[in-house]
Design a protein around this ligand. Sequence first.
Ligand code: HXC
Length: 260
Amino acid sequence: MNNPTDILVENPKPGVRLVRLNRPAALNALRGRLLEELAAALTEAGEDDAVRVVVLTGNDRAFAAGADIKEMADRTVAEVLGMDRRAACWLAYRRFPKPMIAAVNGFALGGGCELAMCADIIVAGEGARFGQPEVNLGLIPGAGGTQRLTRAVGKAMAMKMVLTGETIDARAALAAGLIAEIAPPELALDRALELAELIAAKAPIAVRLAKEAVLKAAEMPLEAALDHERKLFALLFATEDRREGVAAFIEKRKPSFVGR
Ligand code: HXC
């Protein structure tokens, strides 16, 4: 990746890659450049065996306030329909194979809420606000907001958010099942990194297949998904890490996983 400007990439703990969205003056509005840099960073993190978990965050004021409205202003139908690059970026986020945790403070609106929902776990600071306000612009959510949100919070809450454009706070988001935890704002990132560190210490192949299996809950009919789960479960019996995990339990010691 050539000198990203719209994101900052760090390695704060072993196995954990931290990506910060970095357009504070625009509340991290998701312009094309940011989307590309984020997709490149995730592709790189996905291919790097040393990275086990990615934490995605913004700043105190905003995780991301949505697509860059100014960049979007003059776009035509043909341009939006033909926006292969952007669609490819969103595909890279939602197909990211390793666990991704979003630490959200401030606004997560429109594409920002949709990006947070690409994460597997969302930790929000008190004061975070989630919403799909596209209807205020004469639009609808375009990166999963009508689908992922509905699967996360159910039809009633999703309809209310998508049709009114009203935001919900972190408490409502927790009650609705959109986020996993609330933390004091200054601790949301620390908590996300703590969860990441816990996951990074587990057997990598098991973690990867666990993510895949849970995502299938929203994608496959139940019988097929249960069958798929059973096969992934059986597959793990072929790994060195499964042998190590079981042996460590029996020998009353900590397992040492190698990712094979
Ligand atoms: C471009 C944005 C922006 C955005 C904020 N800014 N959101 N620029 N695109 N989405 C800029 C403002 O223009 C302003 O720049 C600066 O960030 C600070 O924002 P303010 O509005 O002054 O802050 P505040 O009064 O605190 O209000 C915060 C806010 C508001 C409530 C979040 O900014 C807002 O409503 N933003 C738009 C949210 C939205 O509609 N998102 C959905 C976008 S559509 P200047 O230069 O004036 O200081 C979408 C579709 C996704 O996301 C499709 C995916 C494929």
